[in-house]
Design a protein around this ligand. Sequence first.
Ligand code: TDX
Length: 336
Amino acid sequence: MKLLITGGCGFMGSNAVRYFLKNYPDYRIINLDALTYAGNPENVRDIENDPRYTFVHGRIEDETVVEKIFSTFRPDVVINYAAETHVDRSIMDPKAFLTTEIFGTHTLLEAVRRHETSRYVQISTDEVYGSIADGVWTERAPFDPSSPYSAAKAGADHLCLAYWRTYHTPVIVTHSCNFYGPYQYPEKMIPLFIINLLENKKVPLYGDGGNVREWIYTEDHCRAIDRIVHDGRFGESYNIGTGERMTNLELTKKILLMLGRGDEMIEPVKDRPGHDRRYAVDPSKLITSLGWKPDTAFQDGLAKTIEWYRTHEQWWKPLRNGEYLEYYKKQYATAR
Ligand code: TDX
């Protein structure tokens, strides 16, 4: 089988490229990645010489590049990981999010339609449902996004399902809870907090720290996508969740404990505007219909993640320069 994985140099995409190469020796993978600040060739360095793997530098909204890939490589399956993903960046500059999420998804859907590709999987987020005070969102919940990021993702997800209804384009949409694990860019909470502590810096906790997130280890997410790629039903969406929910303060304390640091390392900062209070998804459709379940308990996944960042300073050190510092200064200038 031939897979086109977009955004394969990002955190989620690179883990997926590695996962499919490892578990499916006869699959071929083409990785289309724009190499934005978050797309890092180092994330796929270990597999770049694998003869089953091809890298193409380009944007998903670039019709010429996309058409060339479809007509020469002829993928059987497209998995669209390419996205701008950081909520705080979307608050500072929404346009890039609309371009990649909406126009990029549209360009891919059109190529899938033209070339009669067998399957298209849209990687999306639980954030499209917005905040839920208690209980869990099922796939039938209406979208209620709060940030430009989640609004852009919601728009793209709607477009995918509209392509199924209108053209019978074989799409499937996923809504995952928060990811964590190796290779996550250190603007996201878990890697940011780990690295700050490794560098003896405080961790910036937004608001009262009472916001609740649900967490999935990257390998478990890859296995969910594996099930969906092979047996998911067209025109449907699947929640991906673990039930591992906690407040940001509880999570921060777990990280502090594992790194042997105390609460004095917490720096309360001004809240994120429009900050969703709680996310919680019901993954029972995926569990019952496709036989998936998460394997990694949060405590174990967090320990592995901390160990990875502790032993991969050469990966994250260069990322904390240049563009990152500019972003960090802007972000925390507005956050306080
Ligand atoms: O410095 C911080 N301090 C802090 O308290 C950062 C970066 C975050 N937070 C809080 C905000 C959130 O409540 O931690 C929580 C997690 O924040 P992020 O890591 O930015 O994730 P989140 O906003 O929940 O969105 C993430 O999960 C869903 C990803 O960024 C999305 O791409 C994904 O779709």
